[in-house]
Ligand binder design. Sequence first.
Ligand SMILES: NC(=O)c1ccc[n+]([C@@H]2O[C@H](COP(=O)([O-])OP(=O)(O)OC[C@H]3O[C@@H](n4cnc5c(N)ncnc54)[C@H](OP(=O)(O)O)[C@@H]3O)[C@@H](O)[C@H]2O)c1
Length: 289
Amino acid sequence: MKKILITGASGFVGRAFAARWQYEYKLLTPSHSELDITDETSVDSFVMAHMPDVVLHLAALSNTWYCEQHPEESLLVNVVGSENLARAAARYGAKFIFFSSDQVYNGNKEQGPLSENATVSPVNYYGRHKLEAEQRIAAILPTAVMLRLTWIYDAPQPAVPHADFVNNMINAVKEGATLTVPVREYRGITWLRDVVNNLPLTFSLPGGVYNFGSGNSVNTYETACCFYEMLYGGDASRIVTPDYERYPLACRNLSMNTDKIFRASGGCICFPATIDGLRLFVEMVPVKG
Ligand SMILES: NC(=O)c1ccc[n+]([C@@H]2O[C@H](COP(=O)([O-])OP(=O)(O)OC[C@H]3O[C@@H](n4cnc5c(N)ncnc54)[C@H](OP(=O)(O)O)[C@@H]3O)[C@@H](O)[C@H]2O)c1
């Protein structure tokens, strides 16, 4: 049985990964207090003591707004912490999987789905630090697999509230609030199930950066209207209103092309388009509340 060290195992993705794969792998899931990734010595000792086959590095400060307010903390956790883990993975021979973000493309002026070769020009600390982490990890450990994730959603879990595309819509409807959604924005939005199911297939990929999530050819406002109609039927305009003001100079385009990972995995890693993923989600999960 492969041994996998998951950092950030108590987080949104880590919990779902552990629940899905607990019987197929031996999972090491230290909490933040048991393994602080910013402590280089602890990271080295932990990896040396447990000798995992794979380090699945999910721990992060993942809130972009928080990172903007606390750039030094973001640098420490998202860059230095990632570097500490990459160094330990290199030293003890573990495959390293790093979760980066589509935010590295924020600021790119191109249209259409972006490949990994597209210009990266992050506009906030979170995106800049994810990009810097990718670069430092690649220098330490060329076999590291760095995945650029989209915004991820899942069904509401009352015990663990989470602000994502699905939860934001359901909460707005429950509260009778209006959801103002940008028209001049293109981004993929991916079901957590698809992320988690595809992850083990990344363990055997050659090192490098890969886009990893659903593509989307329609804008975020259209995506929200479509999702409302799937969930509730009828006219979305009661809840979803278009925001034409955000991103006035150029559309914000984070939508990704996933041809590289599809080819590198021999056609095994694929994601439905965002709208198709949402449709499957609505068919399979009773979420209306
Ligand atoms: N969710 C998304 O939509 C999304 C999109 C793109 C990329 N990503 C990336 O995917 C990864 C997983 O995201 P997520 O949504 O699961 O994040 P999350 O729910 O915010 O979880 C973050 C995890 O990191 C842990 N952590 C934070 N600082 C730590 C430290 N210094 N040492 C050890 N553990 C620490 C947290 O533990 P405590 O809570 O105990 O501090 C928590 O378990 C992150 O790298 C994130 O940037 C997520």
